[in-house]
Design a protein. Structure first.
Length: 222
């Protein structure tokens, strides 16, 4: 019922989000992944839908139900997430990248299960750098307004602002990895060209609603 009474600040807007981890195949039974429950991204998808947006959520593997009124596209690898996002980004007004995308995929995945070698000789994995989905969407001519996330262990403002500049995006949401990981609450700081805008420490859904309100106030009119 509370959802029904949220202000419809994103009415008529099309919002694309990524959430969760990605999963990179080593062999048919083993993957390389990032730590992410997906809860912040799912809370944001829900908050955007409550605010009246048409929401598409491109999600890595998580154990969460799809929020009401949200279209979910399930993906596994960063390459799959990249393809799913690039196919939809042109039609979006707003892109929010919350996913913890694996920075490296496995260059030499095995189609057969790798077997342990006697003597403890581990397999030699080779890595390939994955595409930066957010930077690519930000570079699209006429593309959506972009908001990134940055989970850092230290020097939050410096790292977040450097990342915002490098990716060419108007806003990035910073949080401390050691505090946000597996936590019920979120303590977010929005960084834009004017500086830092801290949000109160609060449950992730409340933080998501506050962030949506901030974004709605900054999103350029159509
Ligand atoms: N991101 C993305 N595609 C990637 C890597 C990151 O879309 N291949 C997005 C994330 O969803 C997040 C933002 O970029 O919104 C920042 O991600 P982060 O991992 O903090 O930044 P990186 O540029 O990968 O830098 P590093 O991991 O070295 O700190
Ligand atoms: Ca990264």
């Amino acid at each position: 019922l509370i959802a029904f009474f949220q202000p419809k600040t994103l009415a008529g807007r099309r919002v694309l989000l990524t959430a969760g981890p990605t999963s990179e195949t080593i062999d048919p039974v083993r993957v390389l992944t990032n730590r992410s429950s997906g809860r912040m991204g799912y809370a944001l998808a829900r908050a955007a839908a409550e605010a009246g947006a048409a929401v598409t959520l491109v999600s890595g593997p998580v154990a969460l139900p799809c929020p009401d009124g949200v279209e979910r596209i399930a993906v596994r690898s960063a390459a799959d997430m990249h393809a799913a996002v690039m196919a939809r980004a042109g039609g979006a007004d707003l892109f929010i990248a919350v996913a913890a995308v694996a920075d490296w995929g496995i260059a030499n995945p095995s189609s057969l299960k790798l077997k342990k070698q006697p003597g403890g000789q581990p397999p030699q994995l080779e890595f390939v750098q994955n595409p930066d989905i957010l930077a690519e969407v930000a570079a699209l001519p006429g593309g959506p307004w972009c908001v990134g996330f940055a989970a850092e262990t230290d020097h939050l403002a410096e790292h977040a602002q450097a990342k915002r500049a490098r990716k060419g995006i108007p806003a990035i949401v910073g949080n401390l990895a050691q505090e946000s990981m597996d936590a019920e609450d979120a303590e977010l700081v929005i960084f834009d060209e004017t500086g830092a805008h801290p949000l109160a420490r609060q449950p992730k859904l409340h933080a998501a609603r506050a962030l949506v309100a901030w974004i709605a106030g900054h999103l350029p009119p159509r």
